[in-house]
Design a protein around this ligand. Structure first.
Ligand code: FES
Ligand code: FES
Length: 182
């Protein structure tokens, strides 16, 4: 008689059965255009853009917070618009321009006005949410949605900051708005 704790695998083995083969993982090769560079990658079809950026391309500036579309830490730009990379499949980004926090500065290394404003106005503490905040802030300004404190707060409401740096983030965005448009 088999001991009670033998489990399903033990029962199969005792019966002379072999374990079923692991399910085949569908994968594909695709080209991701990130920060002006093309990257050829082979991915499980289910890979999110966030995981592709961090684990395949080594671009770890984009942060994984909740991995469920609730914190904004993973925000990147897709064709200039902000998206949550944890809710975007890498395959959906094929043929589109992805910009991450690593690609926001100018080609000469000069910080983007929003990056500089976050420094100037002390708009972060631990910094974990900051790449996502900056990417959303840049999109907020670019889309003309930074007209007032209230408008900025509404646009930025999907970006959570556990350090509660919100007042300084709003101040930084208002300051950067002038530089972006000048
Ligand atoms: Fe994507 Fe939180 S990690 S929204
Ligand atoms: Fe710490 Fe925002 S600066 S979570």
């Amino acid at each position: 008689m088999l001991p009670l704790a033998v489990g399903a695998a033990g029962v199969r083995a005792a019966a002379g059965e072999t374990a079923p083969p692991p399910a085949e993982v569908p994968s594909r090769s695709l080209t991701l255009h990130v920060n002006g560079r093309a990257h050829r990658v082979t991915l499980d079809n289910r890979t999110t853009l966030l995981d592709a950026l961090r684990e395949q391309l080594g671009l770890t500036g984009t942060k994984k917070g909740c991995d469920h579309g609730q914190c904004g830490a993973c925000t990147v730009h897709l064709d200039g618009k902000s998206v949550l990379s944890c809710l975007t499949l890498a395959a959906q980004a094929e043929g589109r321009a992805v910009t991450t926090i690593e690609g926001l500065a100018g080609a000469d290394g000069a910080l983007h006005p929003v990056q500089q404003a976050f420094i100037d106005h002390d708009a972060f503490q631990c910094g974990y949410c900051t790449p996502g905040q900056i990417m959303s802030a840049a999109a907020c300004i670019a889309s003309g949605r930074a007209g007032s404190d209230a408008e900025i707060r509404e646009y930025m409401s999907g970006n959570i900051c556990r350090c509660a740096a919100y007042p300084n983030i709003v101040t930084a965005i208002l300051a950067a708005k002038t530089d972006v448009r000048s």
